[in-house]
Design a protein around this ligand. Sequence first.
Ligand SMILES: [Zn+2]
Ligand SMILES: [Zn+2]
Length: 129
Amino acid sequence: MSKPSATDQPDRRMTWQKRTIHDAVINRHDHPTAQELHKELLHHGIGLATVYRNLTHLANEGHIQAVNHRGEVRYDCNVAEHAHVSCTVCGTLWDIPLPESIDLTTSDKISSVDHVTLTLHGICRNCSA
Ligand SMILES: [Zn+2]
Ligand SMILES: [Zn+2]
């Protein structure tokens, strides 16, 4: 197994900070923000700028997904194509499977589709109780 040297691809190095941030995202299924991850990792002495930088690298490298949600970026350990349901009251975001079929032929504006984002917005059972 040959690894690219640090000088070829400096951003792909797995530093301990990057590994720790990666593991923190992988161990959560609630789509945390960078601030939430920073709070969780405070005891490791990892600064917010480092958290942001490494989350961006991890997302660009396909280890995690960055999801734009209601004006903020949430980090997702699920890198497979999936849809979300979101509570408009508490802001919680859950994963759901994408619908079996989406008619992609209805738009003549785009020649090919490379990915789909779909979020259903509503009120969760906790908040509606
Ligand atoms: Zn809710
Ligand atoms: Zn997700």
